[in-house]
Design a protein around this ligand. Structure first.
Ligand code: DX5
Ligand code: ZN
Length: 229
């Protein structure tokens, strides 16, 4: 029997065909995506540039799926209002990008939007401890942010397990999202380590058939655990 997995799939439009963004979003929605992951880059916090709130506002009309906005920008508090008005459902900011993390998280929540905090691969997990009780989601980067299609950094599974333990103790309602290098080969181990939301850029948009790919991801997540002898 096929069971619906608990985990959610969030295709990252960073790897979509930018000339057909609306169609690409509609296609992954039809293919079974649970959220749309929107990577916002400012050319300072990360060495790349992407999109702003204007485009998010236009895309809001295309889909009913929640927009999971991942802000990879310096001083993200400058942009919270605009993305809130544009229709973001979840706004994630980087702990490394602001000295006023609690203020920024509060700003997001005050606008009735779920607040996430993200950590780069080399940021110690303990840094998240004081903010965990105030957030709805922790996003663990498993590549250095800036580009799609990179390989998951070794040791990430251990870090995901540790992050899950911290969430369990300090913020049991919060979700754990994993972003970077998620593939059909590693998605199940990432979920078993504790991820609730799995971002897929190249693995989804780089594939021929989105329905088949997302279907395979969900089947892998729903499959019973393999018992090793
Ligand atoms: C990286 C972004 C990711 C990226 C993931 O800076 O935050 O969301 O799109 O892409 P893949 O899944 O291809 O690693
Ligand atoms: Zn992202």
């Amino acid at each position: 029997m096929y069971e619906i997995p608990m985990q959610k799939i969030a295709p990252s439009i960073l790897s979509a065909d930018g000339s057909r963004l609306g169609e690409e979003i509609a296609a992954v929605e039809a293919a079974g995506a649970d959220l749309i992951h929107v990577d916002v880059m400012d050319g300072h916090f990360v060495p790349n540039l992407t999109l702003g709130p204007g485009l998010v506002k236009s895309l809001r009309k295309i889909t009913r799926l929640p927009f999971d906005v991942h802000l990879m920008v310096e001083s993200p508090e400058r942009f919270i209002d605009e993305f809130a008005k544009a229709g973001a459902d979840l706004i994630t900011i980087h702990a490394e990008a602001t000295v006023h993390l609690h203020r920024a998280v509060t700003m997001v929540r005050e606008r009735g939007i779920r607040a996430g905090v993200s950590l780069n691969p080399a940021t110690p997990l303990f840094q998240i401890e004081p903010i965990l009780p105030y957030i709805d989601l922790l996003l663990i980067m498993t590549v250095n942010p800036g580009f799609g299609g990179q390989k998951l950094i070794e040791g990430s599974l251990h870090r995901i397990r540790q992050a899950k333990e911290m969430i369990h103790i300090l913020s049991p309602e919060a979700e754990l999202e994993v972003d970077g290098g998620v593939t059909l080969q590693n998605i199940r181990s990432i979920a078993d380590a504790g991820a609730d939301i799995l971002v897929g850029g190249a693995s989804v948009f780089g594939s021929e058939d989105y329905t088949a790919t997302i279907g395979q991801m969900k089947a892998l997540l729903a499959a019973p655990p393999t018992v090793s002898a």
